[in-house]
Design a protein around this ligand. Structure first.
Ligand code: CP3
Length: 408
C-alpha cells in the first residue's frame, strides 16, 4: 500500500487557489502550448511541478508487473487488464444482476468485491478494477440519479443554473466509503502473490471533472453536449466553481480508495473527445491537472483515459498523468509518439475486434504488441469497455495471447 497524507477526507485543502495557480503555470508556458496543439512529439518537460513517475519508481518497491509498467519500470511481460472486465458480457455478473440492481451491487461491499474478484480470476488478468460507477459521487453532492434499463444514467434535476452549482455539497464524501470497504475486501483477497510471484494490481477510479460535469448538466448521455458547452462558454465563474467542487470531492473519494488499498487510480474522461483542443485547454486542463497532481500526492500513479482523443493526446499529457489510456482509433505507436516516451500508455485493442474470428482477433492483438515493441511502460488493454454480447472465450484468448507474446 502507498504512503499517505495524514488526515481524513474532511480536511482536504480548498482546491480553488490550487486550480488558479495551476492555470497560471499552464498559461505561461506558451511555447509548450503551441508545440502541443497538434500531433507532434510532445515536449518531455511536464508543465506542472508534481511528484514524477521517477520519484514513485524510487520509493515504490512494487511486486506487481501492472504497477511497475505504470511507472515504466522493467517487467517480465506486458501486463493486461480490460476496461469493463466485470460487466454484462459475463454470465457470472448477469447471475448477480438478476438479484440486484447496478447501484445495489456498487453500494454493497461484499457483492462489489465478489464481482470484481470473479472477473479478474476468470480472465486471469494482472489487475482488478473495483466494481463501482463514475456517477456515485453525485448522491453525496445532492444530485439524484438512477440507471434505467437500456437507457443508461438519468439525472433527475440536471444542473442548469449558478444556484444549482452553488447548492452542490462537498462535505459528505464519507458517504462514499462503501467503495473503500469493497476495495479492502478485494485487497485482502489478493494479498498473497499469485503462483507466478506477481502481486495482482488493484485499481480504484473516478470520473474526470469534464465527463462528470457533462452528466450533471445534460442529465444523461449526450450526442452534442450542447447544455454543457453553453454553461462552459457563457458563465466562467459557474463553470470554474463546478470544476472546483468536483475536484474537491474526487480527491477525497480517491483518497479513501488509496487508503483502502488501491495501487493505482484511473481517471475516466470518457467524453473529453467532444472538446476541441482550445476548449479542453481553456476549460478542462487546469482542473484535470489539479486532480491528477493531488491524487499523485496520495502516493499512487494515475492513469488518465479518454475516448476519441487523438488530437488531445499531447495536451492530456500535460496533466502530468503517469499513464495515458488510448482509444482504439489511433495506432498505439503513433499515439505514444504524440504523448512522448516519458509517459506510459495503456491500450488499445478495438473492443469490437473481440467479435472477430480467431485469426483476425489474434492479428489485432499482435498489432498492438508490435506497435508497443516491448518498450517499458505499456499496459495492454482495450480502447474502450467490453460491450454486452462479447464472447467470453475470445476475451480469455486475448489474455492468453498477451501473456504468450508479451514476454520481454
Ligand atoms: O469492470 C469494470 O470496469 C466495471 C466497473 C465500471 C462500471 N462503470 C460498472 C457499470 C466502471 C469502470 C464504470 C465506469 C463508467 N461509468 C464510465 C466510464 C467508462 C467508460 O465506458 O468510458 C461511464 C461513462 C459510466 C457511466 C455509466 N454507467 C453509463 C453511461 C452506463 C450505461 C451504459 C451501459 O453500458 O449500459 C453505466 C452502467 C454501468 N456501469 C454498467 C456497468 C457494468 C452496465 C449496466 C448494468 O450492469 O446494469
Amino acid at each position: 500500500m502507498s504512503s499517505l497524507n495524514s488526515g481524513s477526507s474532511h480536511d482536504i485543502r480548498e482546491p480553488e487557489t490550487d486550480i488558479a495557480r495551476t492555470r497560471e503555470i499552464l498559461s505561461t508556458d506558451a511555447t509548450l502550448e503551441r508545440e502541443t496543439l497538434f500531433l507532434t512529439d510532445a515536449s518531455p518537460n511536464a508543465s506542472v511541478e508534481r511528484p514524477s513517475a521517477q520519484s514513485f519508481a524510487e520509493t515504490t518497491p512494487s511486486g506487481s508487473r501492472f504497477v511497475r509498467a505504470c511507472l515504466r519500470r522493467p517487467v517480465d511481460r506486458t501486463p493486461i487488464w480490460l476496461l469493463r472486465q466485470a460487466g454484462r458480457y459475463m454470465p457470472e455478473y448477469m447471475a448477480v444482476r438478476k438479484h440486484h440492481s447496478l447501484l445495489e451491487i456498487c453500494r454493497t461491499p461484499d457483492i462489489a468485491a465478489e464481482v470484481t474478484i470473479t472477473a479478474a480470476e476468470r480472465l486471469g488478468v494482472d489487475a482488478a478494477i473495483i466494481f463501482a460507477d463514475l456517477l456515485l459521487p453525485f448522491t453525496p453532492m445532492g444530485l439524484d440519479f438512477e440507471f434505467l434499463a437500456g437507457e443508461g444514467p438519468i439525472v433527475h434535476s440536471p444542473i442548469r443554473s449558478a444556484e444549482q452549482v452553488r447548492a452542490l455539497r462537498t462535505d459528505r464524501i464519507d458517504d462514499l466509503s462503501y467503495v473503500a470497504r469493497a476495495i479492502e475486501k478485494v485487497a485482502t483477497h489478493f494479498a498473497a502473490p499469485r503462483p507466478d510471484g506477481d502481486q495482482l494490481g488493484i485499481i480504484g477510479f473516478c470520473g474526470a471533472p469534464f465527463t462528470l460535469a457533462s452528466y450533471m448538466i445534460e442529465g444523461g448521455s449526450s450526442r452534442n453536449y450542447i447544455e454543457t458547452k453553453k454553461l462552459m462558454y457563457s458563465d466562467d465563474a459557474t463553470w470554474s466553481l463546478l470544476m472546483e467542487k468536483l475536484v474537491r470531492v474526487l480527491v477525497g473519494f480517491a483518497q479513501q480508495q488509496v487508503e483502502a488499498g488501491a495501487d493505482v487510480i484511473q481517471i475516466f474522461d470518457s467524453w473529453a473527445g467532444a472538446l476541441s483542443v482550445t476548449d479542453y485547454r481553456q476549460y478542462c486542463l487546469a482542473p484535470t491537472t489539479e486532480l491528477v497532481r493531488r491524487i499523485q500526492a496520495l502516493g499512487v500513479p494515475v492513469i488518465y483515459f479518454g475516448v476519441d482523443t487523438a488530437s488531445l493526446l499531447p495536451t492530456m499529457r500535460q496533466t502530468g498523468a503517469d499513464v495515458i489510456g488510448l482509444d482504439w482509433r489511433i495506432p498505439l505507436d503513433i499515439g505514444w509518439k504524440a504523448i512522448g516516451e516519458g509517459c506510459a500508455v495503456q491500450g488499445n485493442l478495438d473492443p469490437i475486434a473481440l467479435f472477430a474470428p480467431e485469426d483476425v482477433l489474434k492479428s489485432r492483438v499482435l498489432e498492438v504488441l508490435t506497435a508497443a515493441n516491448k518498450r517499458p511502460g505499456h499496459i495492454f488493454n482495450l480502447g474502450h469497455g467490453i460491450v454486452p454480447g462479447t464472447p467470453v472465450d475470445n476475451v480469455i484468448n486475448v489474455v492468453k495471447w498477451v501473456k504468450e507474446f508479451g514476454a520481454q
